[in-house]
Ligand binder design. Structure first.
Ligand SMILES: Nc1ncnc2c1ncn2[C@@H]1O[C@H](COP(=O)(O)OP(=O)(O)O)[C@@H](O)[C@H]1O
Ligand SMILES: [Mg+2]
Length: 231
């Protein structure tokens, strides 16, 4: 699905302007990095697209939905089409990898047989097949992140949002996560990744949008983390 932001401003009461007058178009099937220093508005932008927040001003459309006009009865259906991996991803510590993924699909009312086959499929895709009966505390940080990704991709979302998915991970693990995100994108899903990870951004060049103090500072087709000469 395509994503269009038109004149988006988000003010947190009383007076924190997190985003100001953002225009951004992301086509269906695109991959986009969202970069910018801490506090520049990356997470806020993702949470507007996932419709956790409503904008203070401006319009957001995702596919044929205007998020401002989305009724609360339509919200669960919208959320099923948007996979999110936020930094504070919460895996249920007492459930196995399999159960953590299956739980989400069950909650959507998917029939049990389908829940089992789809859960197994995505767990295999993220490379955790042999760990499917372990619980989160028995997994490494990178493995836990992959469970969160499996969970978010289980319902084959048309849009996938990841907020600093490689934060706190070593280089090799980060590359695995990155390749996973690219494979999700290769299946036609629109992917937006908020990141600080200069290495990944420069190693896997993609469209790059930079925020600075809540404003869109740069939008480049195959951007580098730093502008040439900026160092
Ligand atoms: N729920 C909130 N309530 C109040 N202020 C917020 C909230 N979320 C974010 N902010 C503020 O909005 C600005 C942008 O934050 P954020 O989107 O989290 O930036 P980033 O993800 O780029 O670090 C910051 O000044 C932050 O303090
Ligand atoms: Mg953030």
């Amino acid at each position: 699905m395509d994503i269009r932001l038109s004149g988006i401003t988000k003010v947190f009461e009383p007076d924190i302007v997190a985003l100001e007058d953002i225009y951004l178009s992301v086509d269906s099937g695109e991959f986009l990095y969202l970069v910018g220093t801490t506090g520049s508005g990356k997470t806020t932008l993702l949470r507007l697209i996932s419709r956790e927040y409503l904008p203070t001003r401006g319009q957001i459309t995702v596919g044929d939905r205007n998020l401002r006009k989305l009724r609360s009865s339509e919200l669960p259906y919208y959320r099923r089409e948007v996979g999110v991996v936020f930094q504070d991803f919460k895996l249920l510590p007492n459930l196995t990898v399999f159960e953590n993924v299956a739980f989400v699909l069950e909650a959507m009312g998917i029939p049990p047989k389908l829940v089992e086959s789809r859960s197994n499929e995505v767990i295999d895709q993220v490379g955790l097949w042999r760990r499917r009966f372990l619980k989160p505390p028995q997994l490494s940080g990178g493995e836990q992140q992959r469970v969160a990704i499996a969970r978010a991709m289980a319902n084959s979302p048309a849009v996938f949002l990841a907020d600093e998915p490689t934060g706190n991970l070593d280089l090799r693990t980060s590359e695995e996560i990155m390749r996973l995100l690219l494979s999700i994108n290769a299946s036609g899903t629109t992917v937006i990744v908020a990141t600080h990870d200069q290495y990944l951004v420069d190693a896997y060049r993609q469209r790059l949008v930079e925020l600075h103090n809540g404003r869109l500072k740069r939008d480049e087709r195959r951007g580098r983390y730093f502008v040439d000469g900026e160092l």
